[in-house]
Ligand binder design. Structure first.
Ligand code: HEM
Length: 157
């Protein structure tokens, strides 16, 4: 159980750091000239593939595993208390948004940038870039709130 909690916290840490970095690049790219914009957005696609998406899966899956193991170990009642239940609910929502919305958007953006010719470089994937810029702050806010609730809801000592 301790090891899965370690994986849970590791996933959350990598997820926050990588998603915040990707968001920064996504926003900075809006004001760039075409070639630099394409470089930054290509990096965004790679960040999502190698860090954001795996970390979101790790954080969410490890959380679900702790819930199931905790219920089997007889402390299901504590996991149903409002702070812990809210952490699990917000965490699931953040995980679903990351896996089903921002990750696919980042990959469409990545492919659009790679496929663009010189003339299309300045606007390639713009709809997906805007989608990421709009949704990633919501996910980051959910993670921060879920982290606070998770710390509050987990007894230590
Ligand atoms: C944004 C995603 C999430 C964040 C930021 C988050 C945050 C946290 C934190 C900070 C802890 C405390 C760890 C410790 O102090 O040892 C924790 C524990 C836990 N998390 Fe999450 N969590 C997330 C997603 C989930 C999900 C999706 C589930 C399950 C559906 C879940 C289930 C649990 C459980 C069962 C514990 C242990 C609670 C206990 O022992 O009382 N988490 N989480």
């Amino acid at each position: 159980m301790t090891f899965i909690r370690f994986l849970h916290l590791l996933g959350i840490g990598v997820w926050v750091g990588a998603a915040a970095s990707a968001l920064w690049l996504v926003r900075a790219a809006a004001a760039d000239q075409a070639a630099r914009r394409a470089d930054r957005l290509e990096l965004v696609g790679r960040l999502y593939t190698w860090l954001v998406a795996p970390a979101a899966v790790l954080a969410t899956a490890s959380g679900m595993a702790i819930t199931m193991m905790g219920a089997n170990a007889g402390y299901g009642e504590r996991l149903g208390e409002p702070t812990s239940a809210a952490m699990q609910g917000l965490g699931l929502l953040a995980g679903a948004l990351a896996i089903f919305v921002t990750f696919p958007a980042s990959q469409r953006l990545f492919r659009a940038v790679l496929a663009a010719d010189q003339a299309g470089l300045a606007t390639a994937g713009e709809r997906m870039r805007r989608r990421l810029a709009a949704i990633e702050p919501v996910i980051l806010a959910l993670i921060v709130i879920a982290t606070y609730l998770g710390v509050l809801g987990t007894p230590h000592g």
